[in-house]
Design a protein around this ligand. Structure first.
Ligand code: PAF
Length: 293
């Protein structure tokens, strides 16, 4: 049974041993743990993950940790937003029970080595553009799973490739956790919510809706055109958008995460990435499924 008493005071832990003891206790009294991993700069997308966790688990644990090993660009790591006071305010609203907020030296020792074979998943799209990124993501997510031992973990569909990578790791390493994918939360004009959006200049913020427009265009074209035609037309559209430097627009089988040429797959997803000024933005949308926006 869910208990409201956890909602009143957010419990904050900086150390793994103390949070482990606290959660072990709850677990042994029969409570299930729902985990929302984040890097902070929380927005409505994160809060929707917390809501989903609230519905599914007895205790909701959120982590905020800007994980250095998943940044292949030092400047990107430095510029990553860290509005911790604001984040704490948001987490103190009912929903989250426990926050894990470690420092880097709590999570890593100096000479740490991590490598997991991820098949093709870390060689394509984001994996190709950000070498080492998914090694860093799997390294930290595995550590967090080991420490918190959640029954459920919640991830946003916006980082779709990340979900496929974590799914792969969970299966490969036999980790006992159920992954729950939550829909993308969008601004009124369609821009997918992301912590990085804060860093867009006003003009770039306006230009950024081109990604959502490219995906809705793909969805429209999907009704009548072939996959290769959709790709061509959407890529032409993106190249015509001011301020947008397209990195990729691809159409994949959402389950296998492989490029497709026909419309036979049960779930088909379009994925897009672009640079707008100094900021990279990614987005995606199912083309033959109705639940995404
Ligand atoms: O999606 C994110 O915010 C991060 O990649 C994650 C899963 C919290 C790991 O650092």
């Amino acid at each position: 049974m869910r208990s409201v008493k956890f909602n009143k005071n957010l419990k904050i832990f900086n150390r793994k041993d103390t949070i482990q003891i606290y959660l072990d206790d709850l677990r042994s009294s029969g409570k299930s743990i729902g985990f929302v991993p984040t890097m902070g700069a929380l927005h409505a997308g994160h809060l929707s993950l917390i809501d989903a966790a609230r519905k599914k688990a007895d205790v909701v644990v959120c982590s905020i940790f800007v994980n250095p090993t998943q940044f292949n660009d030092k400047k990107d790591l430095e510029n990553y937003p860290r509005p911790i006071e604001d984040d704490l305010k948001k987490l103190r609203q009912p929903g989250c029970d426990v926050l894990f907020l470690p420092e880097v030296d709590e999570m890593y020792i100096d000479s740490e080595f991590w490598e997991i074979e991820l098949g093709n998943l870390d060689k394509i799209l984001e994996g190709k553009i950000r070498p080492g990124h998914y090694q860093g993501v799997t390294q930290i997510v595995k550590k967090l799973f080991d420490i918190l031992k959640p029954e459920f973990a919640f991830f946003g569909q916006k980082d779709y490739q990340q979900i496929k990578v974590i799914e792969f790791m969970v299966k490969k390493l036999n980790i006992r956790v159920k992954l729950i994918i939550c829909p993308i939360i969008r601004e009124i004009d369609g821009l997918a919510m992301s912590s990085r959006n804060i860093n867009l200049l006003p003009e770039e913020r306006l230009q950024a809706i081109a990604l959502f427009q490219s995906l809705t265009l793909a969805r429209e074209l999907f009704k009548t055109k072939s996959v290769s035609r959709i790709k061509k037309e959407v890529q032409i559209f993106l190249r015509s958008c001011p301020g947008i430097e397209m990195e990729y627009f691809e159409i994949f089988n959402a389950r296998t995460f492989k490029s497709i040429n026909s419309k036979n797959a049960k779930t088909i997803i379009a994925l897009v990435a672009a640079r707008i000024g100094k900021i990279r933005i990614i987005d995606n949308m199912y083309l033959n499924k109705l639940n995404t926006y």
